[in-house]
Design a binder for this molecule. Sequence first.
Ligand SMILES: [Zn+2]
Length: 299
Amino acid sequence: MSEKYIVDHKLLKTLAAAAAVKIQADDFNTGAHLKVFAVPRGGVPAALAIGNELNRKIRLVDDVAHADIIIDDLVDSGATMARYDKPFYVLVDKREPEWAGKWIVWPWEAGSDGDVEDNVRRLLQFVGEDPNRGGLLETPARVAKAWLEWCAGYAQDPADILKVFEDGADGYDEMIVVRDIPFYSKCEHHMADIFGTATIAYIPNPDAPRIVGLSKLSRLLDVYARRLQVQERLTAQVADSLMEHLKPKGAGVVIKARHMCMESRGINKQGSSTVTSALRGVFKTEPDTRAEFMSLTRD
Ligand SMILES: [Zn+2]
């Protein structure tokens, strides 16, 4: 999760004053009022805050065509800004290094969890539901909690899981395999379910064997699965993490998964699995090792 940055009223005033200075420097000569289109929703409080610091009066307009300038609370990627061809002002530009990667919480956003729940309520309305219907009253809070679990991997470090034990592993250089480990993930394109199984293997380096308990392999898989993913990256991350932390002779990962964004919508490819593999070290360079591992991944 990105770092949460709480903006208080004092900082808000400073940011608004800085934006006001820029607007004044651009010197819009537009009669009694400066006409402002405020981008929904955060642009409205941002425009009011900036208006307080300006040396002239502003008027909010509903139609962007009648505006002299546009105000939003922040610029993320610049995509929103690119939709407007008028002077655009914000309180915070996240493309600037000091704001990059920060999750900004404005004074008008009561609390971050509340925001997420508001967004779920809006999603319920968007799909045609009534968020005030009895059965849905607790849904936004449940959804927020569930997503924290589904994405718990962001807060976990594979290095903590791959704590090594070396006792009794001297000279061991056989393939260690755990087959068909179930996992649940979400695709980063639709936030829809990806689920399936993974087969994970590695061969310790006999000169410096680093071995982990077998359950650690499924926990490692979970660290990466409990994030927004594409299957290829998930497969590669598990293999690369084993290589980095166990320094084995090689590692192999094969993932077989179903993607609900493909099966339940769009092209409706029902019941089909996608198979991806990542082979590292001797799993890639030694045909025998590769063949042994691949035979273990077949049904
Ligand atoms: Zn998808």
